[in-house]
Ligand binder design. Sequence first.
Ligand code: RIB
Ligand code: CA
Length: 316
Amino acid sequence: MNERRTVIIDCDPGQDDAIAILFALGAKDRLDVRAITAVAGNVPLSLTERNARIIRDWAGRTKTLPVYAGCPRPLMRELITAANVHGNTGLEGVQLHDPLAPVAPQHAVAYLIDTLSAAAPKSVTICALGPLTNLATALTEAPQIRDRLREIVMMGGAFFERGNITPAAEFNIYVDPQAAQIVFSSGVPIVVLPRDVAVKAPITPARIEPFRAIGNRCGAVVADIMAAEVAYNKGRRGVEDAPMYDPSAAGYLVDPSMFKGRLVNVVVETTGQWTLGETVVDWNGRSGRAPNATWITEVDADAFYAALHASISTLP
Ligand code: RIB
Ligand code: CA
């Protein structure tokens, strides 16, 4: 496929968001990343939008990639963060600088609505890497934008692998389950990179050093973040590896042939006392509900890391 895909990245940076954003920005031959929209999630919005601006500086895109700040909290719930994982800055493990340029003045939801309303049908892909509050709000306020979207490619959910924030739920969905249900019922084509596939391309110490060996700033950043994620998991679970969450979604955009999945129906539990935020995947077609998402469960891990390495090598 030679055409470049037009992409808006909606995210909550976040260590793995940072790697995913750099992955997408380095794949200039495949992806035309137009903007980053930040949402509250891993850390509060004031930090996720700041971190997004730091990441674009690392990629040398300060003047050519706008960052918009979006929703500061979920639709219905109080915000819960993952600062215990990503650190109080949201980018634990990396030396940070003050962003070189300000955040765009427009609210991210207004930007999404204005941009998509002016776009050609099925022309824009949303790469969603955090809670889906911004996207759900835009879809609710301006339903007409649905047919301007080519796809929503998102990291979120868990089915075979079970949850990471609760036994039943993955963090992005759990933070804003109502937003997730709005997105899954939007009718927009969706590709989900859940925990099920993130654990099949794990970060290991052997996979870190080739990035440091690239010798550029972004290679060092990626290696530092990966090392911090592995160190966290070693301390938390006693194992020296970490799931490759958000970069799996970027990897799918760069080369979908590295992945395999199934077209299924997915609904989100929005009321369960013990199962709030669970993604209920009708893997065997028992529900009678129409399929609404491609649920990815397999990845060629070696090809994924080769693609990530090639992309990071193109950056400053
Ligand atoms: O469960 C993993 C997801 O939650 C990733 O997007 C990570 O950045 C956190 O937001
Ligand atoms: Ca994220």
